[in-house]
Design a protein around this ligand. Structure first.
Ligand code: HEM
Length: 329
């Protein structure tokens, strides 16, 4: 099977639970269209034509991808507005179901106290919810897809993860607190994020004042891209920067070690605000999947043939591929 859809759906449901206070069945038409648009949106944002448009916006009207991007945004807003309307009709201050309820109740309280000029307005709610889906779905889903691909490609490493999981956790569901007792599994997840390098250029930022950085003068207002690849693949930091080598995160006794050069969530004040959620999701999804299934290449494909060349987009995700999940319960 192609890992894209089920993994995207599982991860998007996490955001739905937080934002709307409910999850969706995987055959729910409203949910499948939401996930489909989120996937397509990210694909389009990373397409060469949109990259060129971002550099030369005046060519905008000739770019077909841009039209589709606008269409998807309009549909997203329409569907999200419908979700908000349903939540508004059943809003109950005694039972806050999720982020949207919390936002609406705060807005209501402010309005009742006569405060109309606040950040709690409909436009902000819409953009925050759309941002949470855009930032929190593709990133985590692509990382999980890399993790499964690495497991299928490196079966001996998969053996070690499954041995550790069955020894430490057994058949019960793993919990976040188990992470410290699972150093090898934790190292595999970290190494997946390092080599997967899903956000190679993080997000652009503008300097708020003149800065001199490592001898280079950067004028106030300059757009700066933090190149996370330069740290995650730094030859002076990692023994095997371009290989999948979980021992990067283990000491000689097999204990987990933190590494300063591990920064897939970027650094500083604008580092990823979803880091703790993402780390929790990666751990719970990865351990549950590996407890239940053995991942192998599709029939007729050898481990060597599994291609690790990334598909270039806004994020780096695995190129299209298929895996087998063989039940091991
Ligand atoms: C493996 C998963 C994830 C990775 C690798 C990741 C990585 C990043 C990176 C590199 C940035 C740019 C930081 C910078 O500009 O310096 C970022 C920004 C952001 N991330 Fe994540 N992220 C992940 C998951 C999530 C999740 C689950 C959420 C929320 C549900 C989230 C929400 C955001 C938001 C809202 C921003 C923009 C922050 C801002 O503009 O200040 N991310 N993320």
């Amino acid at each position: 099977f192609d890992t894209t859809q089920p993994i995207y759906q599982a991860v998007a449901n996490m955001i739905c639970s937080i934002v709307y206070g409910r999850r969706f069945e995987y055959d729910d038409a409203e949910f499948t269209s939401l996930v489909h648009r989120a996937t397509r949106y990210i694909q389009l944002l990373g397409s060469p034509s949109i990259q060129v448009f971002n550099m030369f916006p005046w060519i905008g009207k000739w770019i077909a991808d841009r039209k589709e991007l606008h269409m998807i945004t309009a549909e997203n807003q329409k569907q999200t507005q419908q979700m908000f309307s349903r939540l508004k009709e059943t809003l109950n201050p005694q039972m806050c179901r999720g982020f949207v309820d919390a936002f609406l109740l705060r807005k209501q309280n402010l309005e009742e106290s006569g405060i109309t000029e606040s950040h709690f307005h409909d436009k902000n709610l819409m953009h925050t919810v759309l941002n949470l889906f855009a930032a929190g779905t593709d990133t985590t889903a692509s990382t999980l897809r890399w993790a499964l691909l690495f497991m299928a490609k490196y079966p001996k490493i998969q053996d070690q993860v499954q041995e550790e999981l069955s020894r430490v956790v057994g058949s019960r569901q793993a919990q976040v607190e188990d992470r410290k007792s699972l150093p090898f599994t934790d190292a595999v997840i970290h190494e997946t994020q390092r080599l997967g390098n899903i956000a190679p250029m993080a997000l652009p930022h503008k300097t708020s004042k003149d800065v001199t950085f490592q001898g280079h003068f950067i004028k106030k207002g300059t757009t700066v891209f933090p190149l996370l690849t330069s740290v995650l693949y730094d030859e002076s930091e990692w023994e095997h920067p371009r290989s999948f080598y979980p021992a990067h995160f283990l000491d000689k006794d097999g204990k987990f070690i933190k590494r300063d050069a591990f920064m897939p969530f970027s650094a500083g004040r604008r580092a990823c605000p979803g880091e703790s959620l993402a780390r929790m999701e990666l751990f719970i999804f990865f351990t549950s999947l590996l407890q239940h299934f053995r991942f192998t290449p599709a029939p007729g494909v050898s481990e060597d043939e599994l291609d690790l060349t990334p598909r270039v987009g806004v994020t780096l995700s695995p190129s299209p591929h298929k895996l087998c999940a063989v039940s091991c319960m």
